[in-house]
Structure formats: structure tokens, C-alpha cells
Design a protein around this ligand. Structure first.
Ligand code: SF4
Length: 396
């Protein structure tokens, strides 16, 4: 082991630029073998192949977090995803396990659209006009939100949902509450509400930059759903004309989209559901069937390779890539370069009480060996940086 660490000691970026892909892969795999069960690497579905190929487990954010928590022998959990995912893994993991986000700048643009302070302010405004009080309002936050907002929902008898369980949770809470206040993805909230027959004029959008979220008191009293003004920049790229175009160009094709897409796209699609639903639908589809899939491009490309007997294509002709997720590859050197700090997070996002991923469990030397090894993973992708990739990375 020490021989390996000597080789990767005090790395500088240029060292890796000079290595071949094969050499980098070999070094990573050798180091992973040495660390064995002490290390588990999680790769979110939206990561690129050159990161995914080093993952022990792949999946969606909650599934990966649960799987990691079940791996109690793993001292280090490396989450190749975005901030809220690593945060969720840290919440679910044991205190002695250390969760590492390789790039501290890998956030989620949707999660960043709602802060705990804004949510608390909105709640106070609704209380001040009697909407909370005269009505039972239940807060529900999507998994793609900060731990502080998840804690807020917990404190106010609310719940955290995923795109997989949004429907059953809406079913339960619509029966118990007069209104749901849904954060931060208005589209998932609207699309799920529509599945329960809630008309659009009973759904209002809360804009945190405006008084009463830009609504009248009457609107808020009448609304069944109050939807936070947030969205996913990736799924928001799919437009109704993409659906029309693909149906024109590929007769018989079915359109399968994620419910983070806008309402009009979901309404125009044949099927919609979570990432796991999309994968299972394609697994079960007959050979020769044709699918246009509206979700992140790396996942779609892997599905194309996995099911060569089916015609699968991205719904939009242009790139639909998660630029924040992409930073794991492009800038993970930052996370590795400040290894002595251990895990890190944005202080204003800590949940109340003992926060996950915080300094409470970080030691100055914690995870140095692992972090040196992890250095190598993003370097493979970084070396292939193209102008388009730079643009995408810089756009966040
Ligand atoms: S795909 Fe959208 S919701 Fe998922 S991490 Fe990227 S920006 Fe956030």
C-alpha cells in the first residue's frame, strides 16, 4: 500500500495530464484493490462513463445513499454526484463513516433555487395572512434540496419525497392536508398534482423574490398546491416541439420522460416517471420497440448501449447534460487539493443539530489515502476537456 501512496503522493494536476488513460485506470484500480472494502464509490446515473466505470454502485441519489449506508464496512463513501446527494448519504450513513464529495463545487442548480431562509420567510408570510392556521398546509420537499430544507419539512410535519415516491406521498398528504407546499421543483410538483386531477388554476407558483410569492391572498387561499419557483436546468431543455418532431421523424416511437420536465412535455409524452421507472420501462420493452427518452444524456447513452435490440434516442437533438454533475469530472481536483479539510459543505445549509458532512467528524488527516486515489478519477475526464465541455462547466 505504501508503495502505491508514494506514487500518488502530493499530486499536481500536470502529473496526470502526462499519463495515458490506461495508466490512470490501472492506478485507480490497483489502489481500489488495496483499499478493498474500506472504500465504496457511488456513481449517480448521470455521471459520465469514465467516472461510472470506477463506481462500485450506480443508481439514483436515494438508492445510492441507502446502499452506502448498508455497507457498514466502508470507512469512506465517495459520492460521484452533487452536493445534496452526498449530504443525503451522510445523513443515512453511520457516524464513523466519512462521506466525500470529490468536487465541492458540484451543486445542483435546482436545489440552489431554494434556501432554508427563503422557505422560512415564505412560511412566515403564509402564517401572517392566516393561510397557515386557517388551513392545514403540509410542506413537502424533493430529495433535490438542502438538508436544512429537509429538516424544515420534518419540523413542520412534512416529508421528503423522491421522483419515485412522489405519487404515493401526494396521495397520502392530499387526503390529510388542505394544501401542499412543494419545494423546490415546480414541475415535479405540478406534474404530480395533475395526476390527482388538480386543475392548474388551483396550483400557484411561489416566487421567493416577491411578496406573497407574487400571489394574492385570494390565490393562496384557493390554491391546493403551492409550488416553489424552481426547476431542473437539464430537464427544462425538453420542449413540446421535441416531442412533435421525434414523432414526425420516427413513426411509432414512444416518448418517455422524467417528471422534472415541464408540464406540457409530460402531457405530450406517452409515459413519465423517475429514473428507475425509465430504466425498468426500457428493460421490459420488447425488442424492436422505439423510444425517445427525455432525461440526462449520459444515462440515455448508457441505455442505448445496454439495449442494442431497441431503438433508443435522446428526446432532444442537442445536449442535455447536467453541468453541475459534470464538475465531478472537471474540477474534482479542488476537493482533492484541500484534502486536509476533509468533507466540506456550505455552512448555511447545515441542518439543525449535528450536521452531516460537517467538521464534527472530519479529521485533518481523514481520508488522505482515499482522496489521493480519488484524485485520479476525474483526471481521466479532465484530460479530455473540449471547448463544449468547458463552456458547460463554466456556465454554472
Ligand atoms: S439533473 Fe437537474 S436536478 Fe439533477 S443534479 Fe442536475 S440540475 Fe440538479
Amino acid at each position: 500500500m505504501s508503495a502505491i501512496l508514494d506514487k500518488v503522493k502530493a499530486p499536481v494536476l500536470e502529473d496526470y495530464f502526462g499519463m495515458s488513460d490506461a495508466e490512470l485506470h490501472e492506478r485507480i484500480e490497483r489502489a481500489r484493490r488495496e483499499l478493498g472494502s474500506r472504500l465504496v464509490i457511488l456513481g449517480h446515473h448521470y455521471q459520465r462513463d469514465d467516472v461510472i466505470c470506477h463506481a462500485d454502485l450506480t443508481g439514483d441519489s436515494l438508492g445510492l445513499s441507502r446502499s452506502a449506508a448498508a455497507r457498514q464496512d466502508a470507512e469512506f463513501i465517495v459520492f460521484c454526484g452533487v452536493h445534496f446527494m452526498a449530504e443525503s448519504a451522510d445523513i443515512l450513513s453511520a457516524p464513523e463513516q466519512k462521506v466525500i464529495l470529490p468536487d465541492l463545487g458540484a451543486g445542483c442548480s435546482m436545489a440552489d433555487m431554494a434556501t432554508a431562509e427563503q422557505v422560512e420567510d415564505a412560511w412566515e408570510q403564509l402564517s401572517s395572512i392566516g393561510v397557515i392556521g386557517d388551513f392545514k398546509v403540509t410542506p413537502i420537499t424533493y430529495m433535490n434540496s438542502s438538508a436544512a430544507i429537509k429538516a424544515f419539512c420534518g419540523e413542520h410535519d412534512g416529508v421528503v419525497c423522491t421522483s419515485t415516491n412522489a405519487v404515493p406521498l401526494f396521495d397520502k398528504y392530499l387526503k390529510e392536508a388542505d394544501k401542499l407546499f412543494f419545494f423546490p421543483d415546480q414541475h415535479l410538483g405540478r406534474n404530480t398534482g395533475a395526476k390527482f386531477g388538480i386543475p392548474l388554476d388551483e396550483m400557484v407558483v411561489w416566487d421567493p423574490d416577491k411578496d406573497l410569492g407574487g400571489n394574492t391572498e385570494e390565490d393562496l387561499r384557493r390554491a391546493r398546491l403551492i409550488l416553489w419557483k424552481g426547476h431542473c436546468s437539464v430537464h427544462g431543455r425538453f420542449k413540446p416541439w421535441h416531442v412533435e418532431q421525434v414523432r414526425r421523424e420516427v413513426p411509432g416511437i414512444k416518448v418517455l420522460v422524467h417528471p422534472e420536465c415541464i408540464y406540457e412535455v409530460v402531457q405530450a409524452s406517452d409515459l413519465n416517471g423517475s429514473t428507475e421507472f425509465i430504466i425498468k420501462t426500457l428493460e421490459a420493452a420488447p425488442a424492436g420497440s422505439k423510444w425517445a427518452v427525455g432525461t440526462e444524456v449520459n444515462l440515455v447513452n448508457r441505455l442505448v448501449k445496454r439495449f442494442p435490440d431497441k431503438h433508443i434516442q435522446l428526446l432532444a437533438p442537442d445536449l442535455c447534460m447536467c453541468a453541475t454533475m459534470y464538475r465531478i469530472a472537471a474540477e474534482s481536483r479542488v476537493g482533492a487539493g484541500i484534502a486536509p479539510r476533509g468533507r466540506s459543505r456550505q455552512p448555511d445549509r447545515r441542518p439543525r443539530g449535528d450536521g452531516p458532512l460537517g467538521s464534527r467528524r472530519a479529521r485533518p488527516d481523514a481520508g488522505d489515502q482515499v482522496k489521493r486515489i480519488l484524485w485520479l478519477i476525474p483526471m481521466i475526464a479532465c484530460r479530455r476537456t473540449s471547448p463544449a465541455r468547458i463552456m458547460l462547466t463554466c456556465s454554472v
